[in-house]
Design a protein around this ligand. Structure first.
Ligand code: HEM
Ligand code: HEM
Length: 177
């Protein structure tokens, strides 16, 4: 299969949808009352529901990316092509790690949680104190590492706008007819 030269509408919509949901997710995570207490309050049900939505979307995006690969911008020097690809892969891996550690944490605590108060969500494991002990802290490590890599990704986008003055940012923006 030959690589496309531009991101299509689906890739762009999925990119910005995940960005918006991640912003909501970090805000709920930091401002959630009683995060460490159980059983989960409404804010935790929202956090977990948004988190599962992000997980579903990131898997969908990843499959989409593999099905419709897009070549890096040809005008970029090789080191930028390699590093931007590496950062993109890392972003997928870290979103996956953050969502799975969160889901495992909630599972080991024995919480039964619904998806937006509608349908019960399956838990990944049974209640398990050793599991809580083992996973404790990993969700925070994953979420902070994700935040740092997102920072690098945004800094690169800004560098392309203000330093290189090229059209990299346009690749992820709605295209003009
Ligand atoms: C990429 C998606 C996610 C992000 C960015 C995120 C972010 C956060 C943040 C910022 C906190 C506050 C914890 C702190 O730093 O002290 C938190 C806590 C928590 N999150 Fe997430 N989260 C995500 C996905 C999930 C998912 C999918 C679940 C469960 C299904 C989940 C379950 C939890 C739990 C149980 C806590 C409380 C942890 C504790 O008591 O120490 N998170 N999350
Ligand atoms: C304000 C925030 C953001 C800006 C300005 C931005 C900008 C961009 C741009 C310009 C590209 C295209 C790069 C290229 O030429 O290939 C891109 C791709 C990408 N971005 Fe972002 N991004 C942002 C936030 C995020 C976040 C939070 C994630 C976390 C998942 C993310 C994940 C990706 C991935 C994985 C790609 C590769 C394309 C794909 O697989 O669909 N971005 N971004």
């Amino acid at each position: 299969m030959t690589n496309r030269l531009h991101y299509g509408a689906t890739a762009k919509v999925l990119h910005w949808l995940v960005v918006a949901l991640l912003a909501v997710q970090f805000l709920i995570g930091w401002f959630m009352p009683d995060v460490h207490a159980g059983p989960p309050a409404s804010a935790m049900t929202l956090h977990i529901s948004f988190g599962i939505s992000i997980l579903a979307l990131i898997v969908l995006r990843f499959v989409w990316r593999l099905t419709y690969p897009v070549a890096p911008e040809s005008s970029l020097p090789p080191w930028q092509r390699v590093t931007s690809e590496a950062v993109h892969w890392l972003l997928y891996a870290l979103v996956l790690a953050t969502t799975v550690t969160g889901w495992l944490f909630a599972s080991f605590r024995g919480w039964s949680v619904s998806y937006f108060f509608l349908v019960p969500l399956p838990m990944l494991a049974d209640k398990n104190a050793d599991g809580v002990h083992a996973i404790d802290g990993w969700h925070q490590i994953a979420e902070w590492t994700l935040l740092i890599v997102i920072g690098v990704h945004i800094a690169a986008a800004l560098a392309h706008i203000f330093i290189y003055g090229d059209r990299i940012m346009q690749r992820m923006l709605p295209s003009r007819p």
